[in-house]
Ligand binder design. Structure first.
Ligand code: ADP
Ligand code: F6P
Length: 332
């Protein structure tokens, strides 16, 4: 019988963490389970930053980006003896199981706790969409909406000034955000870490566009491929005497993580939070909740560790058919 569970947010914050905390709290209370919020990621366990969560604490939080529990990157937690120490602290607090909300690093931490025999369930929260076991992580949709909105605004000034804009987006080692936002914003080029970018093809694409009297263009660069600055410098060298266009750089940075969660993220977070508590209560642990073919699903945390999902093949085809330049697969 579950009586008391903990919940923690770890790694980079993502819009939708708060709706997930709310859903977990409300579902648990409904089942008569007490919820303890652990603040500041894994560090909060060592610092004993525990706060009881009830309906009042989560009230109104469905609208807010970020995480009411705060988050951190806790290097200490990479060490096995610290993980064992954390389990002892959790047991002393009578916390029987832990729900861990975060990206691939945080869920690797969850896998470690599970390996040491502590009951955990993961909920994928990361703008990067770099977790296998789910087609969508919480925060991705809000982040993409923000990127597309910002690129729309950049396009207005790009068109007015006859400029090419290089826009650097987040995503760690994954090109998902760059590819998807480039498609949805009608950008011309996506530079992603999964594919080798061919500068000649990029210049050809931009030139073709200029000759069709389109006087502006946007190149979306995934931070995992290279910095926007680095890409711009290479473009300027290779495109000298060919581009005939001023090139400017915008790094979107942390704006990408700050929007209120969209409907899709609120709904996904609410579904995942509820499903996670129901699963824990039925004795499930050592796995991560995921969304596969629009159904809630559980995947073993040990399977998720170290596996990055492939970019959706149909998105690559779609981009190419729309005339976008996305590069050549690196394994080709
Ligand atoms: P994210 O969860 O957003 O991917 P990080 O990769 O920075 O963010 O990981 C967040 C935290 O998760 C780390 O600071 C650390 O506390 C923990 N963590 C990451 N990788 C591991 C690992 N292999 N084993 C144990 N804990 C880990
Ligand atoms: O993992 C989420 C993420 O936003 C990445 O896309 C980005 O590389 C990183 O976190 C930025 O981390 P920080 O906020 O610590 O600079």
């Amino acid at each position: 019988m579950l009586k008391r569970i903990g919940i923690i947010t770890s790694g980079g914050d993502s819009p939708g963490m708060n709706p997930a905390i709310r859903s977990v709290t409300r579902t648990a209370i409904n089942l008569g389970i007490e919820v303890v919020g652990i603040q500041n990621g894994y560090q909060g366990i060592f610092d004993r930053e525990f706060m009881p969560l009830g309906v009042i604490e989560v009230s109104g939080r469905i609208r807010d980006a970020g995480t009411i529990l705060s988050t951190s990157r806790c290097l200490k937690f990479l060490e096995e003896h610290s993980q064992l120490e954390a389990i002892e602290i959790l047991k002393k607090e009578n916390i029987q199981a832990l729900l861990i909300l975060g990206g691939d690093g945080s869920l690797a931490g969850a896998a470690a706790l599970s390996k040491h025999g502590f009951r955990v369930l993961g909920i994928p929260c990361s703008i990067d969409n770099d977790l296998s076991g789910t087609e969508m992580s919480i925060g991705v949709d809000s982040c993409l909406n923000t990127i597309v909105h910002l690129i729309d605004m950049i396009k207005a000034t790009a068109a007015s000034h006859n400029r090419c804009f290089v826009v650097e987006v987040m995503g760690r080692k994954q090109g998902y955000l760059a590819l998807m936002s480039a498609i949805a914003s009608g950008s011309q080029i996506a530079v992603i870490p999964e594919f080798r970018c061919d500068m000649d093809l990029i210049i050809e694409n931009l030139t073709r566009r200029r000759l069709r009297r389109h006087n502006n263009s946007v190149v979306v660069v995934a931070e995992g491929a290279c910095t926007g600055q680095n890409f711009m410098e290479r473009l300027l060298v290779a495109g000298k005497d060919k581009l005939h266009q001023e090139v400017r750089l915008t790094v979107l940075g942390h704006l990408q993580r700050g929007s209120p969660p969209t409907f899709s993220d609120r709904f996904l977070a609410t579904r995942m939070g509820e499903f996670a508590v129901l699963a824990l209560n039925q004795g499930e642990h050592g796995s991560m909740v995921g969304l596969l073919r629009n159904r809630m699903n559980l995947t073993d945390l040990q399977e998720i560790k170290g596996h990055r999902p492939h970019l959706p093949a149909d998105a690559i085809r779609l981009a190419r058919n729309l005339g976008m330049e996305v590069g050549i697969p690196t394994e080709a």
